[in-house]
Design a protein around this ligand. Sequence first.
Ligand SMILES: Cc1cc2nc3c(=O)[nH]c(=O)nc-3n(C[C@H](O)[C@H](O)[C@H](O)COP(=O)(O)OP(=O)(O)OC[C@H]3O[C@@H](n4cnc5c(N)ncnc54)[C@H](O)[C@@H]3O)c2cc1C
Length: 396
Amino acid sequence: MDLRHTPEDERFREELRHWLDETIPRQGDSPPPEAGYKAQREYDARWQRRLFDAGYAGLHWPSEYGGRDASLAQQLIFAEECARAQAPFNPTNFVGLLHAGPTLMVEGTPEQKAAHLPPILRGEQTWCQCFSEPSAGSDLANLRTSAVRDGDDYVVNGHKIWTSMATMADYAELLVRTDPRASKHRGLSWLILPMDAPGIEIRRIKTLAGSLEFCEVFLEDVRVPASHLVGAENDGWRVSNVTLRFERGTAFARQIYSMQQLLHSMLLAARRVERGGRPAADDAGLRRRIGRLQAELDALRSMLRLSLSQAARTGVPGLGASALKLKYSELWQRAAEAARELIGRGVLARDDVADLPTRQFGWAALGSLQSTISAGTSQIQRNIIAERILGQPKDR
Ligand SMILES: Cc1cc2nc3c(=O)[nH]c(=O)nc-3n(C[C@H](O)[C@H](O)[C@H](O)COP(=O)(O)OP(=O)(O)OC[C@H]3O[C@@H](n4cnc5c(N)ncnc54)[C@H](O)[C@@H]3O)c2cc1C
């Protein structure tokens, strides 16, 4: 097997690198948090449109939906180069681009695909995820939000929580109970929820960090056309697992490549930070720690390749998506912790201090904390790996 990139892939990298170097300065800095999420959404939409116009949106999406049908190698080069250039990341449409769109590609009707996939790629349609409820997070199948068929509509009543970016979204991935008599995994359905439908109330939840991306979504007699059902009625558990496999198995590609930047910054910082009158980089223990993180990151990138190639082959990432998500989130936390320890209290600064990347390290230290909870906790990924991959007895 030849693991080197082909001349065509290298040409793709060169062109992309050139385009990023030219286009990122024209895009400008992302708006400051105090400008609000509306400004962030406009910024993200502008970037997405630039990607689309240049042929870089949805690299792995089929060309009939505006994608590029790119090879696995080119998808990885794209993630690597965007991370290297610190290109905008489009947080307000993470859901649409990385798991709602891919779910519709596999499970949607031709009408649903036509209505949603091209506008998502062009940056014109934003999505959020309405799965979790107050008593249905890890135990997602315990959800209570109901949808009752009434003529050509479903009438939805219930309460969702931890919905990221709900105020920005045009549509939501909505998981509901359509058969209350069936066993809990059997009576669920996956609906496309238009977020401007009458009967939806959104309340923001302020986090400890002061940010406002989390929301609660209250649904009272919300009418959703039956044509918005994705997959069959009462088959929503299977469809939601397709969504979760994309979320866990392929959606974090860019973040995985960005971790390389963190390790690189740590190496540079270790030469400047002093410990006992000598550069911290002289400490063999620290060098070993960074070297180990690098080796684990290399392994993680191999897992990502496996997950992307499985998605390309079968349409959906495999169960290994849980292993990838577990490894990614825990490695990010350990790398961020090492960066924090290297600099010490300086990471509390919101800006770079003494020519050290304290802002980057501080953000990583705080930002990585949520990663072992969102998209399913580490304990839940371990349960899936134990029971469904390793065939261990079920957790009681
Ligand atoms: C940053 C972030 C963004 C999010 N965005 C969204 C979103 O956009 N849409 C959405 O629907 N949800 C979202 N969530 C919610 C997320 O999916 C849930 O928080 C997560 O699934 C855990 O559910 P919970 O918070 O109810 O915790 P619980 O399920 O109550 O779990 C509490 C603790 O018990 C442990 N536990 C529970 N069951 C088991 C078990 N069987 N075995 C071992 N341990 C167990 C868990 O691992 C955890 O440590 C987001 C969460 C975060 C942190």
